[in-house]
Design a protein around this ligand. Structure first.
Ligand SMILES: C[S@@+](CC[C@H](N)C(=O)[O-])C[C@H]1O[C@@H](n2cnc3c(N)ncnc32)[C@H](O)[C@@H]1O
Length: 241
């Protein structure tokens, strides 16, 4: 995977990504809803329905950000949901939302890097990752570490943007990400680069079948994907053997 970094400076991708999300955290939820016209919410709901079938009791939300996925997972009535992220700025807003819901006993957020976080082997029933894997510095390292943490038979559900391939969605998508996203991002988030990094990082991300084969190479079985909204995003579901 070609490496695209937020600020093209000499710092590691991880530090640049954490910095970028710290910068845009105060506007992240608002811009997410504005730029996707709210459809991202339905995508997370769909993921949670998919993992509901196995009735997971211990859930890990990797790259939890402002905790939308972790909060959606409350519907499964699990014993515990843990969210981890490398951006304290994003989690600060997530914790406020969790407190408003009085869900602090169910959901806790901690600093944690997908690639190195040391949760115990075979300890988690289901892992969710929303729009996170594209930002990992080392994708395979993150996927292998998450596999280690999952219990055998446990599921990982990854939601990520993809690139529409068909007319006219491909053309609309190009226009939208070239003109609309950077303009709105610049106005509202005060970090113009964050919203040009977004389409650049989607462009180099190995989506669909390619990502499924990476999941398999990283030790997952029963790996599949489902395209959403004409290829705008995809859900990847896989299991630990
Ligand atoms: C686009 S946000 C997604 C937030 C949330 N999951 C959602 O669905 O809205 C991506 C998040 O991934 C986090 N992230 C990027 N690389 C990470 C890593 N290696 N480990 C943990 N979190 C990471 C970023 O800090 C950021 O909060």
């Amino acid at each position: 995977m070609a490496s695209v970094t937020p600020y093209n400076n000499s710092d590691s991708k991880k530090n640049q990504v954490a910095q970028m999300f710290d910068n845009i955290a105060f506007r992240y939820d608002f811009l997410n809803s504005l730029l996707s016209l709210g459809i991202h919410k339905g995508w997370r709901k769909k993921c949670i329905k998919l993992i509901a079938k196995k009735n997971p009791q211990y859930i890990l939300d990797v790259a939890t950000g402002t905790a939308d996925f972790a909060i959606e997972a409350l519907k499964l009535k699990p014993i515990k949901i843990v969210g981890v992220d490398i951006s304290e700025g994003m989690m600060k807003f997530g914790r406020v939302k969790i407190e408003k819901l009085k869900a602090q006993s169910k959901i806790t957020l901690h600093y944690g890097d997908a690639e190195t976080c040391d949760l115990a082997d075979n300890s988690i029933d289901a892992i969710t990752v929303g729009f996170g894997v594209r930002n990992f510095e080392n994708l395979e390292k993150g996927l292998i570490n998450m596999n280690r943490i999952l219990k055998p038979g446990g599921q990982i559900c990854i939601l990520e943007f993809s690139t529409p391939r068909k007319f006219p969605f491909k053309q609309f998508y190009k226009f939208y990400f070239k003109f609309v996203t950077p303009t709105l991002g610049k106005i509202f988030s005060k970090d113009a680069r964050a919203y040009t990094y977004l389409p650049e990082s989607i462009k180099v991300f190995p989506d669909n079948e390619h990502f499924v084969s990476i999941l398999k190479n990283c030790g997952y079985v029963n790996a599949n994907f489902e395209s959403l909204n004409f290829g705008l995003a995809a859900i990847y579901l896989a299991e630990k053997k």
